[in-house]
Design a protein around this ligand. Structure first.
Ligand code: FAD
Length: 479
C-alpha cells in the first residue's frame, strides 16, 4: 500500500499522471529523482540543462516539504538507486511516466527487471504526449509517415478525455515524510561536479518559470501565425525547454490551444499544430528507432557527404558562425550564446549545413544536441532529417533554401542579424544580407572590411546547389 514515484522528464507536481495514479492507489507515497551519472558524465561541466533540472529539483523538494514530505535525490545509476530506495521504503509499486527515447526504454526495462526481482511492480503511464505509440494509426493500422493525415487523425480522435488533467490535490495527503535515514536533501550543483552557468539569467526555470512563460505567451497566441516566422520578434512561446523537462503539462498547453482554436483563434490553431508535430516525431521515433542513426528513407544512406580537411573547416565555420552568410552566422551565434535558436533559423542553418556545405545531417544534429537547451531526440532528429530531405515527410531534396532569400524574407530589416553581428550594424538593409555583394563604398562607409571584420562567404550558393542536386541525383539514379 505504499508507492514510489520516480520523476524524470516530468518535473512538476500538478497534472502529473504517475503522481496522480500513485496517490490514488497507495496510502503512502514518496517521490525520487536520480541525477543519472550515465547521462551527466557525457556532458560538458557547465551545462544550462543540468542547472535547469537542478533548479527544478530544488523547487520540487521545497513544494514536497511544504506537504510534509520531500524529494529523495541521488546521484548515481538508476538501475541501482531506484530498487535500493524502493526496497528501503518497502513500497509495492514504483510509478513512472513513459519516456520514448530508445536509451530510456532500455533503461526502464532493466529497472523493471530489477524491481520484479524484489517483488516490486513498475507501473508506467502516458504523460509526455497527448497520443503515444499506437494511439494514432492509419485506417490500415500502420503508423503514419506523413504529417497532415496524422494531424487530421489526431484532431479527429481528440476529445476532453485526452486533454483532462491528472489532478493530484485530492489525495495529496498520501505524501509521506521521508525517513531520516533516506533523506539526504538535494545535492548542490558543485556536489554533482557541475559549474554554474548563465541559465537563470536566460531561462525561467522550474514549473513556476513555465507558468510565467505560458501566461506571457497567452497574451500573444492569437498573433502567433503572423509572428512565428520572424526571428527578430517575440513570436513563439519559448516553452520548449519546459516541455523537454516536463515543467509544464502538455495537456494544459493543448487544452488551452484547442479551446482558443475552437473560439476562432488562427494563432492558437497554428500553435496546436506545432504541438502535434511534437507528438508526430515522438511516434516516428517509437516506430522507427533506427532513425537515431539512420536516414528514415533508406536509399539516402548511400548519399556521399563531404569529408576531409576542407569539409572539417567548413563544419567548424558553421559551428562558430563564420560562414560569411550573415543570417546563418547570426543564428549560430544565437545558439552558441543562448542555447536557443528560432525555429525558422533552425530550418535555415540545417539546410545550409547539409545542402550548401554538403555535410552529413548527423554532424549538425549532434552539434545541436550539445548546444540546445530544449534538445529533444525525437524533435531534433525529425527536424534535421526534414531539412536534409532524408526524413519522413521531409522537404523534397530539390527544394534548397537560398540563405539570402530566407534572410530577406524573414529578417528584411536585418534586425536579428544586427543583434548578433554588431560589426555589420551600419550596413543598409539592402547590403546586410549579402555583404560581399555590396558596393565597396558602402562597405567602407559602414566600417566593414571583408576578410577582417567579417568573413567572405565560404561557399557560393548557386554552385553548392548544383553539387547537392548532383549528390541526390546520384543516389536516385542508383535506386
Ligand atoms: P513554439 O513555436 O512556441 O512551439 C511550441 C512547441 O511546439 C515547442 O516548444 C515544441 O515543443 C513544439 N514544436 C514546435 N515546432 C516543432 C517541430 N518542428 N517539431 C517538434 N516539435 C515542435 N524542438 C525541440 O523541442 N527540441 C529540439 O531539439 C529541436 N531541434 C530542432 C532541430 C531542427 C533542425 C529543427 C528544424 C527544429 C527543431 N525543433 C526542436 C523544433 C522547433 O524548432 C522548436 O521546438 C522550437 O523552435 C522551440 O521554440 P518554442 O518553444 O518557442 O516554439
Amino acid at each position: 500500500d505504499a508507492a514510489l514515484v520516480w520523476l524524470r522528464r516530468d518535473l512538476r507536481l500538478d497534472d502529473h499522471a504517475a503522481l496522480h495514479h500513485a496517490l490514488r492507489s497507495a496510502k503512502k507515497v514518496w517521490c525520487a529523482f536520480i541525477f543519472d551519472t550515465t547521462i551527466l558524465d557525457a556532458l560538458p561541466r557547465a551545462d544550462r540543462r543540468v542547472e535547469f533540472i537542478h533548479h527544478g529539483i530544488v523547487e520540487l523538494d521545497g513544494l514536497l516539504r511544504a506537504h510534509g514530505s520531500g524529494l529523495i535525490v541521488r546521484h548515481g545509476d538508476p538501475l541501482q538507486e531506484i530498487p535500493a530506495i524502493a526496497g528501503a521504503l518497502g513500497v509495492q509499486a514504483v510509478h513512472i511516466n513513459r519516456d520514448y527515447e530508445p536509451a530510456a526504454v532500455a533503461r526502464d526495462a532493466q529497472v523493471r527487471g530489477a524491481l520484479a526481482h524484489a517483488g516490486i511492480a513498475l507501473h508506467s503511464h502516458k504523460d509526455q504526449v497527448i497520443f503515444e505509440t499506437d494511439e494514432i494509426l492509419t485506417m490500415a493500422g500502420s503508423p503514419f509517415s506523413v504529417f497532415t493525415p496524422y494531424k487530421n487523425a489526431w484532431l479527429k480522435k481528440l476529445d476532453g478525455y485526452y486533454l483532462r488533467a491528472y489532478p493530484v490535490q485530492r489525495h495529496i495527503g498520501a505524501l509521506a515524510p521521508v525517513p531520516a535515514a533516506l533523506d539526504r536533501g538535494v545535492p548542490t550543483l558543485n556536489d554533482l561536479d557541475f559549474l554554474p552557468t548563465d541559465m537563470a539569467a536566460r531561462l525561467h526555470p522550474g514549473a513556476s518559470g513555465g507558468a510565467t512563460l505560458l501566461l506571457d505567451f497567452l497574451e500573444r497566441i492569437d498573433r502567433y501565425a503572423d509572428t512565428r516566422d520572424f526571428p527578430a520578434i517575440k513570436g513563439p512561446s519559448y516553452l520548449s525547454v519546459h516541455l523537454r523537462f516536463g515543467t509544464v503539462s502538455i495537456r494544459q498547453l493543448a487544452r488551452l490551444a484547442h479551446e482558443r482554436m475552437v473560439g476562432g483563434s488562427r494563432g492558437a490553431e497554428v500553435w496546436l499544430s506545432e504541438l502535434i508535430w511534437r507528438d508526430f516525431y515522438h511516434q516516428i521515433l517509437h516506430h522507427h528507432p533506427r532513425v537515431v542513426t539512420h536516414c528514415y528513407k533508406p536509399e539516402y544512406e548511400a548519399l556521399r557527404w563531404e569529408h576531409g580537411k576542407h569539409a572539417e573547416q567548413l563544419f567548424a565555420a558553421w559551428c562558430e558562425g563564420r560562414t560569411g552568410y550573415p543570417i546563418i552566422d547570426a543564428a549560430m551565434l544565437q545558439l552558441n550564446r543562448t542555447g536557443y535558436m528560432h525555429n525558422r533559423l533552425r530550418m535555415v542553418v540545417a539546410s545550409f549545413l547539409t545542402k550548401d556545405l554538403g555535410i552529413d545531417w548527423r554532424r549538425g544534429e549532434a552539434y545541436f544536441a550539445l548546444q540546445l537547451n530544449d534538445y529533444d531526440l525525437a524533435a531534433n532528429n525529425g527536424g534535421w532529417q526534414w531539412a536534409a530531405s532524408t526524413g519522413c515527410d521531409a522537404q523534397p531534396y530539390f527544394r534548397i533554401f537560398n540563405p539570402i532569400s530566407q534572410s530577406l524574407r524573414f529578417d528584411a530589416e536585418g534586425r536579428f542579424i544586427r543583434r548578433y553581428l554588431p560589426q555589420l550594424a551600419d550596413l543598409s538593409r539592402a547590403a546586410i544580407h549579402a555583404p560581399w555583394q555590396a558596393k565597396p563604398l558602402e562597405l567602407q562607409a559602414a566600417g566593414v572590411k571583408l576578410g577582417r571584420d567579417y568573413p567572405m562567404p565560404v561557399v557560393e550558393h548557386a554552385e553548392a546547389r548544383e553539387l547537392t542536386l548532383a549528390r541526390f541525383a546520384a543516389v536516385k539514379g542508383a535506386a
